[in-house]
Design a protein around this ligand. Sequence first.
Ligand SMILES: *[C@@H]1O[C@H](CO)[C@@H](O)[C@H](O)[C@H]1NC(C)=O
Ligand SMILES: *[C@@H]1O[C@H](CO)[C@@H](O)[C@H](O)[C@H]1NC(C)=O
Length: 390
Amino acid sequence: MRSLRKTGAAGAVLVSVVLVLALLHSWPSRGYSTVDVWQRRGALHQDDRFNDHHLSAIPIRVRDSVAGLLSRNSCVCEGDSGGLNLPFSQLLFPRVSAHSLHTSFRPSELEELKRRRAHEFESYQRRAQTAADLLLIAEANSPLQFPTQGVEVRPLKTIIIPGLALHDSPRDLYTVNLTAGLGTLNVAAEVEAVRLRGDGDSHMTITSSALNSLNRQLQFVTYTNTQFHPSTADTVQFETDRHQASFIIKIRHSTTPKLYNTGSSQEYNVSALVTIATKTFLRYDKLQDLIDSIRKFYPTVTIVIADDSENPQSISGPFIEHYIMPFGKGWFAGRNLAVSQVTTKYVLWVDDDFIFSSNTKLEKLVDVLERTTLDLVRCNTSVFFQSGGK
Ligand SMILES: *[C@@H]1O[C@H](CO)[C@@H](O)[C@H](O)[C@H]1NC(C)=O
Ligand SMILES: *[C@@H]1O[C@H](CO)[C@@H](O)[C@H](O)[C@H]1NC(C)=O
C-alpha cells in the first residue's frame, strides 16, 4: 500500500516535470514576422506624390476618439491575453490558441516554410487582385482632388479617406462639403483655424480662410461605415463652390488568403498539389481501371470518389476516399461533394471511365496554373482547376 502510494507520488512528480518541460518548449521565445494580409499593392503611403510636404509643418491635434477607431482595422493572431498568465493555465483553461511558427517547426524547416508561404501569398495576390482594386487619385483639374478608386472599408469600420485636397484660386474663405450615404464623416485630427460643421454626421462642412490649413485638415477626414451591408459601395459627394465630385468607397469584408502547402521539393510534387476527383454510378469496373491506371503513374495522389449507386460496393486502398451518397443524387451533387473534400491547391476532375497513360502529365497542367493567373486548364474530358471556390 505504502509503496504503491510512493510510486504514485513519484509518477506525479515525473508527469509534472514532463509538463513543465513541454511548457518551456512551447513558450514563445522571440518575436515572429507574419504575412501582412492587409498589404496592398500601390498603397498610398508608399506614394509620395500626394503627400504635400509643405503641409506637414502645419500642427495638428489628434482626436483620440476617432483615431482609435483606425487601429481596429488590423488584427494580430495571438491567443487571448489578459488574466493571470500562470503555468498550466492554458492546459487547464484553454483559450483562443495561436501557434507560433517558430516553435512548431524545426529551425531548418522554418526558413524554407516561410519562403514557400511568401511565394504562395504572392501568387494568391496575383489571382485575387485586379486593377480595379488599385488606389487612383484624380489630380486637380477641377479644384477638387479626390481618390477615384481603391478606397475600401470593412463593414462598420473607419478609414482615413486618402488624397482629398482643394487647389483653388485665392479667396477670403474656402469651403468644402462632404456627404456620405451609408456612413458618417469625421476628422482624426483637428487643425487650427479650420471650422468644422457636421463632424460625426453624414454631411460635413469644412471652412477656413487659409487654404493650407484646409488642405491639412482634409488629410485627416475619416469615413465610418454605419449601415451594415457588405459587398456594396458608398458614393461620397465632395463639393466646393461651383464644383462637385463623387467617389466610391467600397464596403466589403477582406478575403482571407487561401495558402496551400505545396511540398518542399524544387520540382512539382503532384501528390502535395493535386487531388483527383470523380463521380461514379454503377460502373465499378471502369472505376477500377481508372484507379489502376492512376496508380501506375501517381501512386500517392489522393483520389476522391463520390458514389450514388444503389448498392454501393466497397472501394478501398491507400490515398482513396470513397463517399457514398443517397441513391441517384446525380452528377452535379456528386461533383460538388467530391470537390468539397479536396484539400490540395488543385483538383483534377475526371469521368470514371477516364484512363491515365504515360502521356498524362499532371506536372504540365500544374505548371500552367502555377505560372499564370488562370483558374482552369482543360485537356480532353478532364478539367483541372484551383480548389477552394473559383
Ligand atoms: C455646404 O453645405 C451647406 C449645408 O448643407 C450649404 O449651405 C452650403 O451651400 C454648401 N456649400 C457648398 C460649397 O457646397
Ligand atoms: C510529396 O507530397 C507528399 C504529400 O504531401 C509527401 O508525402 C511526399 O513526401 C512529397 N514528396 C517529395 C519528394 O517531397
